[in-house]
Structures are given as structure tokens and as C-alpha cells.
Design a protein around this ligand. Structure first.
Ligand SMILES: Nc1ncnc2c1ncn2[C@@H]1O[C@H](COP(=O)(O)OP(=O)(O)OP(=O)(O)O)[C@@H](O)[C@H]1O
Ligand SMILES: [Mg+2]
Length: 233
């Protein structure tokens, strides 16, 4: 586990009804920098993100964020205390324009220049302000989702597959932005693209059937002979 724990996940169990998905998960996220969560389809990565943000209740274990026990806190409270979340699916309001999606994202932000900063980071969005978000390309939609989450001024940003379905050129652009972002806040990235994930992340956890099977520094995990076995379908 990395030193200096900002988000501390202890002995976490979670699932859907009687089907348990996460088993005794222990994860530490430092104040700054990137942490990758890897694992094959169905390993429990999205379930973990939903449990951190409180969309899904844990059945066992504790979550500490910024020194406080948030295990029983509602999603809104977790978001207000600084957890931002870019979900894998339905991350933007399809019928609202880009401008209105950003307006909704900035409701809790009194800093009016925050939207301008997002448009500086993702200039492509500035050219599409009046377009309904549902008609954006996959890459533009991901940028909008990340931009919206950033408007809440998160101290910890959870990104569930921020480059899924995105063209390779735009993947590079998003990666560069995430590397920048991870210099000032904590970024947790769930990614299928191993190279991308380990460029953003200093530390990685690999889930296998809902358990942490492997963890370590990015370079260490990349070179671990077991890694490909855990990622193979
Ligand atoms: N709402 C749900 N109800 C019941 N089971 C679910 C639900 N959502 C996910 N699951 C199951 O939980 C397990 C873990 O799913 P999860 O979405 O967390 O995996 P993942 O690692 O994010 O996979 P992927 O890489 O495909 O996104 C899977 O077996 C999945 O079928
Ligand atoms: Mg998922």
C-alpha cells in the first residue's frame, strides 16, 4: 500500500444482492498521484468505484477519506467532501448541450472561471458548446465527462475507463491531461490499456475475481510475470 493514505479502503466486501463481487479488498490511495485499478472484464473494477462513491453499499469493511470514516455517508456527502467520479457509462446528459452539461457540473462551484479552465484543458469542447452531448464522438464525450467531474473541484478523481471506445489520437490527449492532473490531486484510473494506465499511475492494484491479487509500483507490476495471467480473459 502506498504511504500517506488519503483514501483508505479496509476489508471491503460488496456485491449485488446475494452475489458477492468484492472480497476483503484493502486499497490505499495517496494524496497525490495516479493509482491504477486493473483486472479482466468482470473482475469487479466498476463495482469498486461504485462502492467508493457510495452508489453501492458495502456489506463489510470501512472506507476512510481524508481521515474521516465515510462508510455510512451518502454519495452526495462523499462528492461534496471531494470525491469526483467519471462513471464507465452514462457519464453525460445526452440531451443537454455541452454548455449545459458544464453548467450542471459547476452548480456546486462558485468560481465562474472554472468552466473556462476546463475549456482550456479540453479545447475541443469549446468548439461544440451548443451541441447535444449525445451527439459527441466517444472521445469528446469522455472529455466532457472528465471536465464536468473537475468542475466539482475534486481532491480525488475516480475514472472508470476514461478511454473506452476512444480513437487512439484522442487517447493520447486524454492521457496527457490525466498525467498533468495527477500532479495536483489523487487520480484513480480503471483502464484496459495497460500502458496508458501505468503512465498515469505510480502504483497499481490488480483485481482478480473481486480480490486484490497483485499490487505494487507501476514498473514492478508491469514486469510481474503473474500480471498477464490476471489480465487474460
Ligand atoms: N447491477 C448488477 N447486478 C448484479 N450483478 C452485477 C451488477 N453489476 C455488475 N454485476 C456483476 O458483478 C461482477 C463485476 O462487475 P463489474 O462491472 O464490477 O466488473 P468490471 O471489472 O468493471 O468489468 P469490465 O471490465 O467489463 O467493466 C460481474 O460478474 C457482473 O456481472
Ligand atoms: Mg467496469
Amino acid at each position: 500500500m502506498p504511504e500517506q493514505t488519503f483514501l483508505d479502503i479496509r476489508h471491503l466486501d460488496a456485491g449485488y444482492g446475494r452475489s458477492q463481487v468484492l472480497f476483503d479488498v484493502n486499497i490505499g490511495i495517496p494524496w497525490r498521484g495516479g493509482v491504477a485499478v486493473l483486472g479482466r472484464n468482470g473482475a469487479g473494477k466498476t463495482t469498486l468505484m461504485k462502492t467508493i462513491v457510495g452508489e453501492l453499499a458495502s456489506s463489510q469493511g470501512e472506507l476512510f477519506f481524508d481521515g474521516r470514516d465515510i462508510t455510512r455517508r451518502r454519495t452526495e456527502e462523499r462528492v461534496r467532501s471531494g470525491i469526483g467520479y467519471v462513471p464507465q457509462e452514462h457519464s453525460v446528459f445526452a440531451r443537454l448541450s455541452v454548455r449545459d452539461n458544464l453548467a450542471v457540473g459547476s452548480l456546486t462551484n462558485s468560481d465562474t472561471s472554472a468552466v473556462d479552465r476546463v475549456l482550456e484543458i479540453f479545447p475541443k469542447l469549446g468548439q461544440r458548446l451548443d451541441q447535444p452531448a449525445g451527439t459527441l464522438s466517444g472521445g469528446e464525450r469522455k472529455m466532457l465527462a472528465i471536465g464536468r467531474a473537475m468542475l466539482g473541484n475534486p481532491k480525488l478523481l475516480l475514472l472508470d475507463e476514461p478511454t473506452e471506445g476512444v480513437w487512439i489520437g484522442v487517447i493520447e490527449e486524454i492521457t496527457e491531461r490525466l498525467i498533468e492532473l495527477a500532479k495536483s490531486i489523487a487520480v484513480v484510473i480503471v483502464e484496459q490499456h495497460l500502458d496508458l494506465a501505468l503512465r498515469v499511475a505510480d502504483y497499481a492494484y490488480v483485481l482478480d475475481r473481486g480480490r486484490v491479487a497483485l499490487q505494487g509500483g507501476a514498473g514492478e507490476v508491469r514486469n510481474d510475470p503473474e500480471l498477464l495471467r490476471y489480465l487474460a480473459p
